[in-house]
Design a protein around this ligand. Structure first.
Ligand SMILES: Cc1cc2nc3c(=O)[nH]c(=O)nc-3n(C[C@H](O)[C@H](O)[C@H](O)COP(=O)(O)OP(=O)(O)OC[C@H]3O[C@@H](n4cnc5c(N)ncnc54)[C@H](O)[C@@H]3O)c2cc1C
Length: 381
């Protein structure tokens, strides 16, 4: 189905992103997968090409265009290139809104120029060894000491965790407050005394993505690194999570499209019983279902993007998009792997990587079970 979301300028941007992927990523990603991390110079190159901070005002070195469709194009092309190690989506779609929406002028002037140049790589650290879905269980805490905050605790599963120069850490700043209240966002910077990285975690997919443990031992953070309101962290998270979930859904649909494309190509060429395996009715039906479901998912997600551009995407709509498309992504990857037969189980075939990389989509950004809780609550249940 023809998409009506984009204007010619987005198509031109897409061509540019594809060129970037071919020149700076395609030939290197396999090495990054072995290393468990991408080289920092790809971030610098992305900064030069205007792929970081597209919506950051020009005075801070950004693209100056607050149009989420540029983020969508980048997320789709990163996914279609299989460049699952690039944490650009986390930087642009997830961290930037906190800095742009909540940062003081002084913070923006300090952090956004290197953010856009790819010199400062960012991360956000909510999850802890004992607290993922349940933010009420966050133990990382900070107390005031003169003009500073003093932060202690541990985070885990943090995307860009090794490369990050600036980490937005969710910490309890009011120990008396109940539940998820009393949380604040503190920006921890590379080199602060007491800030240590743990393991770069060994995962089943996203092999080039540095997903790490972070430790904070009495890290002294100037009060000027508090992002947003003191004890307002939970509200800030709730406001920003719909965009994070929409980005995940955008990537999920792009992954379905890419895997379908790979598989169509394969089943037209692979012969069994004297005919292409795609010509057996069962396989044709499987692929017809995948094409239909992917088109339906695309249509819903494009409408979510339109709502988001108007500032009207609800928490519930974003949660629906996240769980439904990522569930679909996993089903599609599994069915397509099956259609490849034994070759689907071989690492050299793109479908096996898509199967492994996609699995986490149902887990991070809020698990799909938590998404259904949100949708259920929206129904008054
Ligand atoms: C590759 C990767 C990258 C990540 N990147 C980041 C990052 O950059 N920053 C960050 O902060 N976190 C990140 N995470 C963490 C991720 O957000 C959490 O793993 C996720 O929120 C789930 O938390 P958990 O792992 O503690 O699972 P748990 O909360 O322990 O959940 C375990 C199971 O119980 C289910 N469950 C829990 N509560 C309920 C409930 N109320 N009803 C029904 N079922 C429930 C869950 O759905 C899940 O199936 C990342 C994780 C991975 C794997």
């Amino acid at each position: 189905m023809r998409r009506s979301l984009f204007e010619p300028e987005h198509d031109a941007f897409r061509d540019m992103v594809r060129g970037f992927m071919e020149r700076h990523v395609a030939g290197r990603h396999a090495d990054w997968e072995k290393a468990g991390i991408v080289d920092r110079d790809v971030w610098i190159e992305a900064g030069k090409q205007g792929l970081l901070g597209m919506d950051v005002p020009e005075e801070y070195g950004g693209g100056g265009v607050a149009d989420f469709r540029y983020h969508v194009v980048l997320d789709e092309e990163v996914t279609k290139a299989g460049a699952s190690g690039l944490g650009f989506g986390l930087h642009n779609d997830i961290v930037a809104p906190y800095l742009l929406g909540l940062g003081t002028d002084e913070q923006k002037a300090r952090w956004l120029p290197p953010f856009c140049a790819g010199e400062t790589i960012t991360a956000i650290a909510m999850s802890e060894p004992g607290a993922g879905s349940d933010l009420q269980a966050i133990r990382t805490h900070a107390r005031r000491d003169g003009g500073d905050w003093v932060l202690s605790g541990a985070k885990t599963f943090i995307t860009n965790g090794i490369n990050a120069d600036l980490v937005l850490v969710v910490a309890k700043t009011d120990p008396e407050a109940d539940g998820a209240r009393g949380l604040s966002l503190l920006a921890v910077e590379r080199g602060m005394a007491g800030f240590e990285r743990g393991r770069n975690l060994d995962k089943i997919g996203l092999k080039a993505q540095d997903t790490a443990e972070l430790f904070f031992d009495e890290v002294r953070i100037p009060a000027t690194n508090l992002v947003g309101g003191e004890n307002r962290g939970f509200v800030h998270l709730v406001e920003n999570l719909p965009q994070e979930r929409l980005s995940i859904a955008v990537a999920a649909v792009a992954a379905c499209e890419k895997v379908l494309e790979l598989t169509l190509d394969y089943v037209k060429g692979r012969q069994a019983f004297g005919r292409p395996v795609g010509s057996f009715q069962h396989n044709r039906f499987v692929l017809a279902e995948i094409a239909t479901q992917t088109t339906v998912a695309r249509t819903y997600v494009d409408e979510c993007i339109r709502q988001h551009l108007r500032g009207q995407l609800t928490v519930s709509d974003a949660a629906m998009a996240k769980w439904w498309t990522t569930d679909l992504q996993n089903k599609v990857a599994d069915a397509c792997l099956q259609l490849h037969g034994g070759y689907g189980y071989m690492s050299e075939y793109g479908v096996s990587k898509a199967w492994l990389d996609g699995r986490v989509q149902a887990i991070y950004g809020g698990t799909n079970e938590i998404m259904k809780e949100i949708v259920g609550r929206g129904l008054g249940l």
